[in-house]
Ligand binder design. Structure first.
Ligand code: 1CP
Length: 349
């Protein structure tokens, strides 16, 4: 008897759930599953700066695989960062430990925007090489590729680093709309190129992170951000891989974020998934939404919350179990493994 070759792009639980097809178990993976919660990650990163780790195919592959081996998650997520394509096309930036991305010369004028040039696929050839290798090693486990959405990238470029209030970003959005749209259009092209490189190298699904879009009103999101995110997601349509779109605190924007062209809408912990179905509509799958802080509350609480989310997620066209945002660095990785097992146990047909 020949064993059928399973193709993660069509047969994996992740892709099937994203398309609203039947699944043997609810697929589960975690945003930031690769990273500081894992001792094997900390050991490997010892003495290697973040952006160097993100540019070496050997390290990208090993770090991406670590959580798959340890937790048995249903998807790998490429080890990279949303600022990697910006650096690859010449933006002077670094990822500073304990801070995040820091931009040497923040973008605040027309001259700055005009200097931001398109990303050439060869400039992220190291990512394509890593994805190729990973897809071979992962076999039937899908690889999720990702990019930062234009708004979230703009926020780092304009503020110069992480920001609480995004005041300089909003100042440009409200005060210099022409410049704003020019900047976001360029960032959309960069994100699109970066995502296409990953899909063409074999990624099975793509996630567009608009992590900080939740700071915007519906009207501002619709007028100033949605057209640019839509350009990115529409530009992926021909690839036939599911598109996941996620932001934090975006409960009031969920329908709009779906409407820019997502197959799956990522939901944080603030809105129960059955309510998210009402907001997004019945035609898209959902991903989420365990509060990453719940993982610190002891197993009985974690178990109760996982079961609640699975029950609420049953209302969706398809459900991909995830956290409502990334794994916190001090999380006990053993709890993550137990969550994977529990999701599989509860949902096995
Ligand atoms: O030395 C280190 O370990 C640095 C910490 C770190 C890591 C592990 C950073 C700096 N980035 C990453 C990897 C990373 N970044 C991944 C890896 C894959 C995985 O999920 O396992 C991903 C998907 C990202 C994407 C990313 N970077 C986002 C979107 C997702 C999210 O969390 O909202 C954002 C906003 C960033 C910016 C960034 N990079 C790093 C930090 C600490 C931050 C956030 C800074 C801030 O609060 O603004």
């Amino acid at each position: 008897m020949t064993v059928p070759q399973l193709n993660p792009r069509t047969d994996s639980a992740l892709v099937r759930a994203a398309r609203g097809e039947s699944v043997p178990v609810t697929p589960v993976w975690f945003m930031r599953q690769a990273g500081r919660s894992l001792p094997e990650y900390r050991a490997l990163r010892e003495g290697i700066p973040m952006l160097e780790a993100c540019s070496r195919p050997d390290l990208i592959q090993e770090i991406t695989l670590q959580p798959v081996r340890r937790h048995g998650v249903d998807a790998a997520i490429l080890f990279s960062d949303i600022v990697v394509p910006l650096r690859a096309c010449g933006v002077d930036l670094d990822i500073v430990p304990g801070v995040g991305p820091v931009v040497a010369d923040p973008i605040r004028s027309a001259d700055h925007v005009d200097r931001l040039r398109p990303l050439q696929p060869e400039e992220v050839g190291f990512v394509a090489e890593a994805v190729h290798g990973l897809v071979g090693t992962l076999g039937r486990t899908p690889l999720v590729g990702f990019a930062g959405a234009p708004f979230t990238l703009a926020s780092y470029l304009i503020e110069g680093g992480p920001s609480k209030n995004h005041e300089l970003t909003k100042a440009m959005m409200y005060g210099a709309p022409d410049l704003w749209h020019r900047l976001l259009d360029r960032l959309a092209d960069i994100a699109l190129t970066f995502l296409r490189v990953q899909a063409e190298a074999g990624a099975s699904a793509l996630q567009l992170f608009d992590s900080w879009a939740g700071v915007l009103s519906r009207a501002d999101y619709a007028a100033s951000v949605a057209p640019h995110s839509q350009k990115v997601l529409a530009g992926l349509a021909d690839l036939g891989v599911p598109r996941i779109h996620f932001g934090v605190g975006t409960g009031e924007l969920l329908d709009l974020m779906g409407d820019v062209g997502a197959d799956v809408v990522g939901v944080d912990w603030r809105i129960p998934l059955d309510e998210a179905v009402r907001r997004v509509g019945p035609h898209r799958a959902l991903q989420g939404n365990l509060d990453p802080a719940v993982l610190f509350a002891g197993w009985p609480v974690v178990e109760r919350e996982v079961r609640r989310i699975l029950a609420e997620g049953a209302a969706a066209r398809g459900h991909i179990f995830n956290l409502g945002h990334g794994v916190l660095p001090s999380t006990d990785p053993g709890v993550l493994t137990r969550v994977v097992d529990l999701v599989h146990e509860v949902t096995a047909a």
